[in-house]
Write a protein that binds this ligand. Structure first.
Ligand code: 5AD
Ligand code: FES
Length: 374
């Protein structure tokens, strides 16, 4: 896509976005594609976080100032529990797709899930994110049983599910059992791009239907997309933003695409760092209240990727609580970080990283726009 709006400078676009919270498609195109690269991208791959602090360019500065207006220095933590790596889907990008026969499959037992929550609780986590592939072993009644157990034992915690596309009835059942939040990235809001990332039997319409159902039921909803995934264009990224503006989710999770071995996309490029940071900053300015995680994929593509994410407008980190023997088999992409680290090590490490980037971890807070979770 060719960006038509050549008359406004990057600085002009950033100011307009900061003040109005929106840009038209051509303006977004220019900001995303950013021909004047050096104007924006001094928050750069080669530089340490310390240097970045001195050299942050306007987009990142404005995004950080917006996040500080709303959230101050606060960074929220969510404890991630990767409960199963079985998946009935076959997304071309994903390391745990069902056709990947090199993956050793596992499911955590109820007891393992409960003891993982307990360990997380003792470490200060007040949100548990149960994530998994789309695993038919977990029937609705099984899922509800797990959710109610956690709900009864931790009435002061938020329970987030991230287990894929389900029927409205299933989502309703989990909600009634005590789940409050649901993460389901839309992955791409462009039909033609969606078709290039997924097998024929999967559908973008159904994914969108899931997200609107979840919202209507009353979940706090997180969506998002990969940045730099194969065949993605600037136009696709603009569509992602427009879709999110319509959905208005509580959380927006984005991360760079990273090739995964033994998948159809294993040979594609691994160069999404800068564009991811730019997209985080743009999202912060369009969605000032959004919870935006500095994702594990960001930390995996660059040793200080999560710090850079925070400095670009992200305000959430999701440390991995999964027991280490399972963790190594939940490889959505290659070179995923924290594969051998105990949760205690991860949280200590993350505390250091967050403070080095200039922020501080706080617990147990949701989206301030949603008062019931203050
Ligand atoms: N690279 C980066 N992110 C990936 N995900 C899946 N596969 C990859 C990959 N190869 C992301 C998807 C999914 C989330 C759990 O992980 O966006 O929603
Ligand atoms: Fe896991 Fe650093 S965040 S060890």
């Amino acid at each position: 896509m060719k960006c038509l709006s050549k008359d406004m400078t990057i600085q002009g676009l950033v100011d307009k976005l900061y003040n109005s919270g929106n840009l038209d498609d051509d303006e977004l195109c220019k900001l995303i594609a950013d021909d004047e690269k050096n104007d924006l991208c001094k928050l750069h791959v080669e530089k340490s976080v310390e240097l970045c602090k001195l050299e942050q360019t306007s987009l990142f500065k404005m995004a950080d100032s917006k996040r500080r207006e709303i959230y101050g220095e606060d960074v929220y933590i969510r404890g991630l529990i990767e409960m199963t790596n079985y998946c009935k889907n076959d997304c071309f990008y994903c390391g745990i797709r069902r056709s990947n026969s090199c993956v050793k499959r596992y499911r955590m037992t109820d007891d393992e899930i409960m003891s993982t929550c307990q360990r997380g609780y003792e470490l200060g986590f007040r949100t548990f994110v149960l994530q998994g592939g789309e695993d038919s072993f977990y029937t609705d009644s099984k899922m509800c049983e797990i959710v109610s157990k956690i709900r009864n034992r931790y009435p002061d915690c938020a329970i987030t599910l991230s287990i894929g596309e389900k029927s409205r009835e299933s989502y309703k059942a989990y909600f009634e059992a005590g789940a409050n939040r649901y993460l389901l990235r839309h992955e791409t809001a462009s039909d033609s791009h969606y078709r290039k990332l997924h097998p024929d039997y999967m559908s973008l319409d159904n994914r969108k239907r899931c997200l609107y159902d979840l919202k209507e039921i009353g979940y706090q909803v997180g969506s998002g997309f990969m940045v730099g995934s194969p065949y993605q264009t600037t136009d696709d990224l603009i569509k992602d933003i427009r879709f999110l503006q319509d959905l208005d989710p509580d959380m927006i999770g984005i991360g760079p695409f990273i090739p995964a071995a033994n998948t159809p996309f294993e040979k594609f490029a691994n160069d999404g760092l800068e564009l991811t940071l730019r997209m985080i900053a743009i999202l912060r300015l369009i969605f000032p209240y959004a919870l935006i995680p500095a994702t594990t994929a960001l930390g995996s593509i660059h040793p200080e990727g999560r710090e850079m994410g925070l400095m670009s407008g992200a305000n959430v980190i999701m440390p991995n609580l999964t027991p280490t023997q399972n963790r190594k088999n939940y490889k959505l992409y290659d070179n995923k970080i924290c594969m051998d680290d105990d949760p205690e090590i991860c949280i200590g490490c993350i505390e250091n990283r967050v403070s080095k980037a200039g922020y501080k971890i706080v617990n147990n807070i949701g989206n301030p726009k949603r008062k019931e979770f203050k």
